[in-house]
Design a protein around this ligand. Structure first.
Ligand code: FAD
Length: 322
């Protein structure tokens, strides 16, 4: 028996969450006295996972899997789980991994818990802590099924180096037409920028910025911090920013290490999507703005004065510490 971890790649390169789920799987492996096997699709440097505690990597080389396909990827992972006799499968809680996990759970008759935020509380019984009620609470959940799938929230466990030497094996799952019953014909992706899902830092703007012409300072602040940009719902509804940047209950969830909210009031629907972020900084000219109650750090001030000053100070700091 081993622990299987599905590690996501983007054009052959491991995503940051791949190292986080590998670190998580290693932690469980230590508690269970088991080694960790990873499964990856078209990874260019599969042995890299050894740095995060993976002993064996099953790498699938298949051009048909170049674009994410939930059903086909679920088939690959279930075949790897059966080949390895894995009873614990660790996966990220990204949109793609959540999409495939339901299919995978059905295939393996497994118990699946997404949005897990900490190492298992106990192995027997198998208890995990996950977010609940749109991130406003936690649920302590026992997985009673023999096969367990754990979906780890981004940035919840962290990336930990645990150097082991990983052996790499080619893995060729049996895939048929039924696995490709749907197919992405075209994928439009923002290139060259940090994505909200993977970013450590997210700079987000709200209606307080008055109009799309004022987003230059948000982008500049994001550039200085190597951050992704995001926005509140009305901002994307009004077409000031693309819908891909809308975060909140009805938008994308953010689980970054640092979330900077500029000119955002902190409505409950917005907070629902960002409360999993570790440190929240709020810049708002209204000291009564609800977001301050959820903030770790708050600056009461006019965004048009505070943000340029912040950019200048950060640039100075970077120049001094280069
Ligand atoms: P506002 O509420 O207008 O707040 C603007 C803020 O900017 C104010 O706090 C103001 O003090 C501040 N400000 C103004 N000028 C300045 C300045 N010069 N400097 C600094 N601060 C300034 N919203 C989301 O964001 N995500 C969601 O997923 C989402 N889902 C929803 C789902 C439902 C079913 C519903 C009903 C609503 C949803 N909303 C969502 C909308 C949500 O209720 C709020 O209306 C929205 O989040 C408010 O956006 P905002 O904070 O940008 O704007």
């Amino acid at each position: 028996m081993s622990i299987l971890v599905y590690t996501e790649t983007d054009k052959g390169t491991f995503k940051k969450n791949a190292f986080e789920v590998a670190s998580y799987a290693y932690d469980i492996g230590q508690k269970m006295g088991e080694s960790v096997t990873a499964i990856a699709v078209n990874a260019e440097n599969p042995a890299e996972l050894g740095e995060y505690g993976v002993s064996k990597v099953l790498n699938i080389k298949n051009d048909n899997l170049g674009t994410f396909n939930a059903k086909a990827y679920a088939s690959c992972i279930s075949q790897a789980a059966e080949a390895e006799g894995a009873q614990v499968i660790v996966i990220s809680s990204s949109a793609d991994s959540k999409f495939l996990s339901g299919i995978l759970a059905a295939k393996l008759n497994a118990g699946y818990v997404p949005n897990v935020v900490a190492a298992p509380e106990s192995i027997s019984p198998f208890m995990v802590k996950r977010t609940a009620f749109s991130n406003k609470g936690f649920a302590h959940t026992e997985i009673t099924a023999d096969t367990k799938i754990i979906g780890v929230s981004n940035n919840a466990f962290g990336v930990h180096e645990n150097n082991v030497s990983a052996i790499v094996e080619d893995f060729s799952p049996d895939l048929g037409d039924a696995d490709f019953s749907t197919k992405s014909v075209e994928v439009d992706k923002v290139v060259g920028k940090a994505t909200i899902a993977d970013a450590d830092v997210v700079v987000s703007g709200g209606r307080g910025l008055k109009g799309p012409e004022n987003w230059g300072m948000i982008e500049e602040l994001a550039d200085v911090l190597g951050a992704a940009t995001a926005c509140s719902k009305p901002v994307s509804d009004m077409g000031w920013r693309p819908h891909s940047e809308h975060v909140g209950q009805t938008g994308k969830p953010v689980a970054s290490n640092l979330y900077i909210a500029v000119g955002i009031s902190g409505a409950i629907q917005h907070l629902a999507g960002v409360s999993a972020s570790k440190t929240k900084v709020v810049i708002n000219n209204d000291p009564e703005a609800p977001f301050f109650k959820a903030a770790d750090y708050g600056i009461v001030g006019d965004a048009f004065e505070v943000v340029p000053e912040l950019i200048e100070k950060l640039k100075e700091f970077k120049a001094q510490n280069a």
